[in-house]
Design a protein around this ligand. Structure first.
Ligand code: PAF
Length: 283
């Protein structure tokens, strides 16, 4: 696996592959990789001849007081994992390479970023859309893979890719879970042993929500309130636990058929997010 740190070198390598007719798949990450990321690489491989991954902890998607400085930088270990998974090229730029001067140009996707994480992390999705656009312009992939764990991010990126005519296929990949149901995340490493023991409650509550909706509950606000209270009494601070339309990410109505129940909850200093799809089959 080739590791490149500059935009110019990365462009030159990808252009050479594409000029010889090869299809390029892309997996953007912030590093500290786990099995969920490796699954993205495996999926990209299925869709492409060459797989490019990036590792860049993007400052513009972190708010003041968030974990930008603490975010684990584990480049050597990540390189070994990516190489083992069959990645062809790793693009690992420094902050100055991606943001050589004050950034004045932003990509902002209206509406989809307003709810859920958008409400509790103002500016987060503007930072994500902007850096993913920059990475798309640098890597010019044919296909890019993103995890469904960040379901709202995936919706924002799909929409941005369509609205701005990137011409890139966006593939969503199912969430990889620990044996007890906890969604794999680079931030799980922040959990103390006691918090780690509680953390699977997040997915357990999502499963309860899905069971209730499948059994006919359409009082989504009431359901969300009950489950929020239950998580809070287990020791979490809940940013949101909402039933939303799977495509628009807006609060679900009883007419919607494709839903997601999404949650963000804090345990100590760790913010855990997760979501579950619910398809309603009713007359
Ligand atoms: O999901 C992530 O790791 C990041 O938000 C992404 C897509 C790499 C952009 O920085």
């Amino acid at each position: 696996m080739l590791t490149l740190h500059t935009i110019a070198d990365t462009r030159a390598q990808v252009r050479a592959w594409q000029a010889s007719g090869l299809r390029v798949g892309f997996v953007p990450t912030m590093g500290n990789l786990h099995a969920g990321h490796i699954r993205l690489v495996t999926e990209a491989r299925r869709h492409a001849d060459k797989v490019v991954a990036s590792i860049f902890v993007n400052p513009t998607q972190f708010g003041p007081g968030e974990d930008f400085d603490a975010y684990p930088r584990t480049l050597e270990r990540d390189q070994a994992r990516l190489a083992d998974a069959g990645t062809d090229l790793l693009f690992a730029p420094a902050v100055d390479e991606m943001y050589p001067q004050q950034n004045l140009s932003w990509v902002d996707v209206d509406q989809l970023g307003e709810h859920l994480c958008g409400a509790s992390r103002p500016g987060h999705f503007r930072g994500v859309s902007t850096v993913v656009s920059k990475l798309f312009h640098i890597v010019t992939p044919d296909v890019a893979c993103f995890g469904e764990k960040d379901f709202q991010q995936l919706a924002v990126i799909r929409r941005m890719t369509r609205d701005l005519c990137f011409g890139i296929d966006i593939v969503g990949v199912a969430t990889e879970r620990e044996a007890d149901g906890l969604a794999m995340s680079s931030r799980n490493g922040y959990l103390s042993p006691e918090e780690r023991a509680l953390a699977p409650q997040v997915y357990a509550h999502l499963q309860q929500a899905r069971a209730a909706i499948e059994a006919g509950d359409t009082d989504y606000q009431g359901l969300s309130q009950r489950l929020t209270e239950s998580l809070e009494s287990a020791g979490f601070r809940v940013d949101y636990l909402d039933v939303v339309n799977a495509e628009t990410v807006a609060p679900a109505t009883p007419e919607d058929r494709a839903l997601r129940v999404a949650v963000a909850a804090r345990l100590g200093k760790t913010r855990l997010i997760d979501n579950i799809p619910v398809a309603i089959v009713r007359d």
